[in-house]
Design a protein. Structure first.
Length: 409
């Protein structure tokens, strides 16, 4: 069961403000302020704004924390508070050795790496002794464990843009295997840097709609010209149904099952046949013991790139058959941009809150659907709906396909 959520995103610095912004169709995409983007083909991003690390951490701790870790720990604190999770039997809470952490990332501390390289060239003696531990991929998970005082299994995996939703499936596995009663799980990334944008621009992956940033992320629209890079962290609390009931926790939804497959096709392009995206969806439905006809909502990967949106649409149609015409499908990336390692975790939160509130957020900027993009993408405005079962699609570089099924409890 998911019993708590925390979020820091381009549209809000907590769970409920993020959710309200998504329902209102408000974009968090704007000109880049994290670095001087002059001269780059893309100068817009989905930046987290208004987050003051000093309000969350003391100066000593900040010296050892990269931004992607700061965001993860702050989101984890909110999730734990939302779940009313107290760690430590001495404090009347749960056994710290039965609480685990799975916080995944895709890009690690890219901004801190770039800064350290510049420092090294100027004066190697000024490179921080905390540099290496601050940027490695397991550090958000480890810092969450340190912050909350938990001693169960702590892991981190990198599955590119599928990382965030994989964290929930791994957390579920740890609980079902008996290795933990509670797992803090989610994704985080913060890599809005000049090197990152230069590399993605040479790939032709990013939108160049610099003069209209709020209109740049256009999943499934005929005029989409690439994705918008973003940052953020979304973390949740998962626990067994028995454990949640015993402590009186309020469940948002059940993570009923999920699946992973690999295209094994290309380092960045998806397999144009969509064969293994379909396989992931079908395996996830089987794992959740859920007929395709019971799914009400699909939170799409929906990146706003030409090939990905088309292949995902075809894969949804092949998986769900005639029921695809009755599905609601939307992409929060139209408002937040692509949160990379946190994207799937955000989609899971969207599904859980759609189940809670009976409303589906829109896909904004969808003015004219692209060729073969013919599903109900909930364009422009949120829509009331009785969402009992929802699916999350997440597809990453290297051909990583990850799908999870969330269900009302």
């Amino acid at each position: 069961m998911v019993t708590g959520f925390g979020a820091i995103t381009p549209v809000g610095n907590d769970r409920e403000s993020t959710w309200r912004a998504l329902l209102d169709g408000r974009s968090g995409i704007g000109p880049i302020t994290r670095f001087d983007a002059a001269g780059l083909p893309t100068r817009i991003a989905g930046e987290v704004r208004g987050f003051d690390p000093a309000a969350h951490f003391d100066r000593k701790r900040l010296r050892r924390m990269a931004r992607f870790t700061q965001l993860a720990v702050a989101a984890a604190r909110e999730a734990a508070a939302d779940a009313a999770l107290v760690v430590g039997e001495d404090a009347g809470g749960v056994d710290a050795e039965r609480v685990g952490v799975v916080v995944n990332t895709a890009v690690v501390g890219m901004g801190e790496i770039e800064a350290a390289v510049d420092t090294m060239h100027a004066d190697p003696r000024k490179v921080s002794p905390y540099f290496v531990p601050s940027v490695i991929p397991n550090m958000p998970a480890c810092e969450v464990a340190i912050d909350l005082g938990v001693h169960g299994p702590v892991t981190a995996s990198a599955l590119a843009c599928a990382s965030g939703i994989h964290a929930l499936l791994e957390a579920r596995r740890l609980i079902l295997s008996g290795e933990a009663d509670v797992v803090i799980a989610g994704g985080t990334d913060s890599a809005i840097t000049r090197v990152m944008f230069t590399g993605l621009s040479t790939m032709g992956a990013l939108s160049q709609r610099n003069d209209e940033p709020e209109l740049a992320s256009r999943p499934f629209d005929a005029d989409r010209d690439g994705f918008v890079f973003g940052e953020g962290a979304v973390v949740c609390v998962l626990e067994s149904a028995e454990h949640a009931k015993a402590r009186g926790a309020r469940p948002y939804a059940e993570v009923a099952g999920g699946a992973l497959t690999s295209d094994a096709f290309h380092v960045s392009a998806p397999d144009p046949s969509g064969t293994y995206a379909v396989a992931a969806m079908r395996k996830a439905l089987r794992a959740a013991d859920t007929p395709a006809t019971e799914v009400d909502y699909v939170c799409a990967h929906g990146t706003s790139t030409r090939i990905n949106d088309l292949i995902e649409t075809r894969a949804v149609r092949e998986t769900y058959g005639p029921h695809a015409d009755r599905l609601l499908v939307s992409s929060p990336k139209s408002m937040t941009g692509h949160l990379i390692g946190a994207a799937g975790a955000l989609s899971a939160m969207v599904c859980a809150l759609a189940i809670r509130d009976g409303v589906v957020p829109p896909t904004v900027n969808l003015d004219t659907p692209g060729d073969e993009c013919d599903l109900d993408y909930v364009p422009h405005r949120a829509r009331k709906a009785n969402v009992r079962t929802a699916a999350v699609n997440a597809f990453g570089f290297g051909g990583q396909n990850c799908v999870a099924i969330l269900r009302r409890v």
